[in-house]
Design a protein around this ligand. Sequence first.
Ligand code: SAM
Length: 314
Amino acid sequence: MVDLKIHTNAGEGRENGFHAAVMRILLTDRTTRRNIVWATDDYEDCGELYRAECPITMDLLTGENAKLIQPRTTKTKSDRMSRTKGRAEVFTPAWMCNEQNNLIDAAWFGRPDVFNFSTNKGWKTNSAVISFEDKRGRRWKDYVDAKRLEITCGEAPYLTSRYDMVTGNPIEIRDRIGLLDRKLRVVSENAKDESEWLKWTFRAYESIYGFEYQGDSLLLARENLLYTFVEHMQNQWNRAPQPSELKRVASVISWNVWQMDGLSFAVPFGKTDVQGDEHATGSRDNIEKKEVYCKIRDWRSRKTLQYRTLVERK
Ligand SMILES: C[S@@+](CC[C@H](N)C(=O)[O-])C[C@H]1O[C@@H](n2cnc3c(N)ncnc32)[C@H](O)[C@@H]1O
């Protein structure tokens, strides 16, 4: 069994919790089959291997570097400002994510305030079990399967709200407002036993998606989603996940929350050399650079496809 404490901040498990195999999965880029890359020059002072185009590897994140990647709330003001200028990095407060997620649910359920109702820059959780219509496409399992995407997700506050991205304050499981948090609440309220709970918890993870350019934020998003699983398992079944369960959920996360430039739909720094013309002489003049377009997975149809084909579809 893995020794996993419940951490407030993503990042702590790198130092003293996650199994190396799980971390390796969280660092995987499913499109390139290599590791995600830094895609930020914030760490260049740490050495050659921290340049933006370099892969983030386990050894760059362990030992004395275990705390190198930290959530935005713990970064210095000047680091935050430079990331805001460079990459439009401004994180949304939890109350605002909640109001927007409530609109999505109001459309799905056909009624407002299903999980909570907004107060002035806050919310109050409804404690009654969420009710579903007994109608095709509107049952609890349909809600869990409904696909949701957070574009340019940063640390993924619209997907899971373990802590408020602006204040850094932790949020109790019952009061969380992320799109995944809501699905997990529904699973916990409806699954009749542990095996049904596990099946639908995995399906909840398979239905939520996010993409992000910067490798450090992407890793934090992935860790937040993994910790969410650990916390729900503890809360619901009073046990830590088995390594196989952690690896399975990490694998889904590494597919569904991926590194992409949202303007080109390609992997950052992922260009490959291709021969420019078919009568090429082999000279470097004929070499063109081609984007490596990101792949995503549709778990229900068991298909892998390029993200751009969804967006560019007429
Ligand atoms: C305004 S923040 C929003 C983060 C999060 N969704 C939130 O609401 O707190 C914008 C995020 O977009 C990312 N970003 C900026 N340009 C991007 C691009 N071309 N493709 C993908 N992500 C990008 C930044 O790295 C940053 O994390």
